[in-house]
Design a protein around this ligand. Structure first.
Ligand code: ITT
Length: 208
């Protein structure tokens, strides 16, 4: 793969308020585009012909987010951001946390992860949990972090099939339905990712 971005794409990235989002998760990409609502145009990895898996070996969401954005910045020297998200369950001492993506093992599905959590939580009365998103932005060679959190509870069974990941078993505090039962705009208005992305957008609108 060429180490250099086509010059036309580079010029477009600089002058058109576009920013590269480092993710292989299409659900995140769609959510972030929806939340930004045209304030900033999001370029994806396939637009720069990058199809490799980026290792996530950190012990924290900050380390993993940083690893993802640096993997692209170090190779292409372009501004970019990444999102690392975890579901932290109090009764499980914060697990799955940074291991949320592969909690049920390498190559597992979202459903495998949900089943593992429900099994581990079967006899727990403390259902308190939160989603946390950490965004790492690299802009003009400096790194910045933005965080978003939503508190909630783990349900006893799956409810709804909107969203992705652990959404069908997470009910935000103050609501009587899970993220899996919410329309996308309702989730985005209160979610961990919504909060982090709004902070990112406010920062970028001042900087760019
Ligand atoms: P990238 O690293 O390529 O962005 P990923 O899916 O590996 O994609 P993470 O490392 O941040 O992303 O993994 C977080 C996992 O947590 C993800 O795979 C989902 O299972 C879950 N997750 C993340 N955001 C979520 C959300 O908004 N609702 C429900 N589950 C979510």
């Amino acid at each position: 793969m060429s180490l250099h971005l086509p010059i036309k794409l580079l010029i477009t990235l600089i002058f058109m308020r576009k920013i590269l989002f480092v993710t292989n998760n299409q659900h995140k990409l769609i959510e972030i585009k929806t939340i930004l609502n045209g304030k900033m145009e999001v370029v994806k990895l396939s637009d720069i012909h990058f199809y490799e898996e980026i290792p996530e070996t950190g012990q924290t969401l900050h380390e993993n987010a940083s690893q993802k954005s640096h993997a692209i910045f170090d190779q292409f020297q372009i501004d970019c951001f990444s999102d690392d998200t975890g579901l932290e369950i109090d009764a499980l001492n914060g697990r799955p946390g940074v291991y949320s993506a592969r909690y049920a093992g390498e190559g597992c599905s979202f459903h495998n992860n949900v089943v593992k959590v429900l099994n581990e939580m079967e006899n727990e009365s403390n259902r308190f949990a939160r989603f946390r998103t950490v965004i790492s932005l690299i802009l003009n060679r400096e790194e910045y972090f933005f965080e978003g959190v939503v508190e909630g509870e783990i349900t006893r069974f799956e409810q709804g099939n909107s969203g992705f990941g652990y959404d069908p078993i997470f009910r935000p505090l103050g609501f009587n339905k899970t993220f899996g039962e919410m329309p996308d705009d309702e989730k985005n208005a209160i979610s961990h990712r919504g909060e982090a992305v709004h902070k990112l957008a406010a920062f970028l609108s001042e900087k760019i």
